[in-house]
Design a protein around this ligand. Structure first.
Ligand SMILES: [Mn+2]
Length: 566
């Protein structure tokens, strides 16, 4: 966003905020430090201007954030005006008795005047007044992230101006005013100049310690306490300003990073116990079932941080995945990549998800978690096989019963005899070497909803030879389709590019990984402290896989020679 455009959009927002009285602020799912900080800081500033402000969020606010000021004002529903008003002009009649009968679902209002008579012309119909003048969405990449708040109020959204303030790469500019800056570390960073301008324009002092603390919370959580790749110089500048305004940085750190509930620690224990590794393809993953949640008493959102803080630190891990079996037959997956040449969002797209270059996620409904695990691992292995030039040969798609932590911490490849001689006829591997078709094409052929490929089938055999579309034409589209994802992902944590022995140097903080080089793509515009973020995709349906990717094909040539260090 160029500086001039940015200033003008900030000014438009300030004008709208001053002009309108009843303001509805919407924070998106999942409720994280950035969306809570953004919505409540705006709430406090606008209250000082005597506005009627309503804040809603589709998710309950996690306990973690209850130390923040005013979280109690966040509601979970919108009271849109659906009132239908029937008005009867009774000036022509006198002394009327009024009776009201409900019968077969119909309401009869019976007006019995002593004098005079009513006609059709005396009756009129109206809708009640709207309860809001304007909607502001914060930290919301797509309206789907608002869940029922949007789905249940489509009409309201079409009638009211929407101001969209966000930093997601995937933002689809759904607002009438779109203040979307993907270079911002957090949405709260974008609100600093807005509050400055609002203060100037209204000539009312707005800044206080609470507002500053809320805004700093967004930056701290989305940058993983300044550890993630989206920690730009601007993020530090913004934080310095906020601390100057009295932001209570220690309080934020203490509550968000230094306090863990016992249930969270127990759940982390489960995740680590069940962690599996595939040394051959540098994959680390863990699967949480509903039983793990019930056994530990942990809530589904208590996995926050684990993927980034622990799993991603496994030596040699390049693709990290946490699968969570949630209520209602939903399985959510969080994907992290530690190697800049592996695009997490394009891996997630295979399962109808999306996200950022180093952190992404997906949601799948009505597929058992163990099947999801098989499919996901199969895809990762195929992808890595192609990228690393390591044959899949005879390597079974390993799985494990998700409930039983059967072989914790044992690499599946260690437990499998290392197969060097290919059992696949050479003619077949010549015809369809691993990844002649992109992972996506394969997924299209074997949608996750249908019966997945049996666990023991060596992947290359599963590649159908006949309908092989050439991947080449879609290759250039590997950047834009992410923007076109119909459903948007919440920000997710970028793994700090530390302690993982990757050969390719981590990209400059604000640059995209090499394969996304057509546009100055920011790395991970956001990252909340909670890895939860990655489960935040509101994908209702399964893989309508965008026609994209083929990154599996293009990458090996672009990637620096790979060297795996133990
Ligand atoms: Mn954010």
């Amino acid at each position: 966003m160029d500086p001039q455009a940015k200033q003008s959009v900030q000014q438009q927002i300030v004008d709208q905020l001053l002009k309108n009285q009843k303001i509805l602020i919407m924070a998106s799912s999942p409720a994280d430090g950035d969306c809570i900080g953004s919505s409540l800081s705006l709430y406090l500033a606008l209250k000082k201007l005597n506005k009627e402000v309503t804040v809603v969020c589709p998710d309950p606010i996690p306990d973690l954030y209850h130390f923040l000021p005013n979280t109690h004002v966040i509601g979970d529903r919108v009271v849109a005006s659906k009132d239908f008003i029937i008005t009867i002009d009774t000036r022509k009649i006198q002394n009327a008795n009024i009776k009201n009968l409900t019968e077969d679902g119909k309401i009869n209002i019976i007006i019995m005047p002593e004098n005079g008579r009513l006609s059709d012309a005396d009756v009129s119909f109206n809708y009640g007044p709207e309860r809001y003048d304007i909607i502001i969405t914060v930290d919301t990449g797509g309206l789907e992230q608002l869940g029922q708040l949007h789905a249940g109020n489509i009409e309201m959204f079409s009638q009211m101006p929407v101001i969209n303030i966000d930093h997601h790469f995937s933002n689809d500019h759904f607002g009438r005013i779109n203040y979307v800056d993907v270079m911002a570390s957090a949405t709260t960073e974008l609100l600093i100049p807005v509050i400055d301008l609002l203060e100037q324009a209204s000539k009312t002092p707005l800044w206080d310690e609470d507002i500053a603390t809320l805004l700093l919370t967004g930056i701290i959580t989305d940058t993983g306490s300044f550890q993630n790749a989206n920690t730009t110089p601007r993020a530090f500048d913004a934080s310095a300003q906020l601390i100057a305004h009295g932001a209570r940085q220690q309080e934020i750190i203490q509550h968000i990073f230094k306090t863990k509930q016992l249930t969270t620690l127990k759940l982390w224990g489960r995740i680590l116990t069940k962690m599996q590794t595939d040394d051959r393809f540098h994959i680390v993953w863990s699967v949480l079932t509903r039983k793990d949640f019930s056994d530990t008493g942990a809530a589904e959102n208590e996995t926050g941080g684990i993927v980034d803080e622990l799993l991603s630190n496994a030596p040699g891990a390049e693709i990290i995945c946490l699968l969570k079996e949630k209520k209602d037959g939903l399985v959510s997956g969080s994907i992290r990549t530690t190697n800049p040449s592996i695009d997490a969002s394009s891996l997630a797209e295979n399962f109808g998800g999306g996200g950022h270059a180093r952190a992404a996620g997906f949601k799948i409904t009505d597929v058992p978690v163990e099947k999801v695990e098989q499919q996901v691992l199969k895809l990762f292995r195929e992808y890595q096989s192609k990228r690393l030039g390591v044959p899949l040969d005879g390597e079974p798609v390993l799985s494990h019963p998700p409930v039983a932590p059967s072989k914790p911490l044992v690499s599946p490849s260690q437990s499998t005899p290392s197969v060097t001689s290919s059992k696949i006829p050479s003619s077949s591997s010549q015809k369809s070497p691993p990844f002649t078709s992109s992972p996506k094409q394969k997924m299209e052929n074997t949608p996750v909803t249908s019966a997945p490929v049996p666990a023991s089938v060596p992947a290359p055999v599963a590649v159908p030879v006949a309908p092989q579309p050439t991947p080449a034409p879609v290759a250039p589209a590997d950047v834009s389709p992410k923007l076109d994802l119909p459903l948007q992902a919440k920000p997710v944590v970028a793994p700090a590019p530390t302690s993982v022995p990757v050969v390719a140097p981590p990209p400059a903080p604000v640059m995209a990984p090499p394969q996304a080089s057509q546009a100055p793509t920011p790395v991970v515009p956001a990252a909340s402290a909670s890895a939860e973020a990655s489960s935040s995709f509101n994908f209702q349906t399964l893989p309508q896989v965008a026609d994209t990717t083929a990154q599996g094909e293009t990458q090996p040539t672009e990637v620096a020679p790979y060297r795996f260090e133990k």
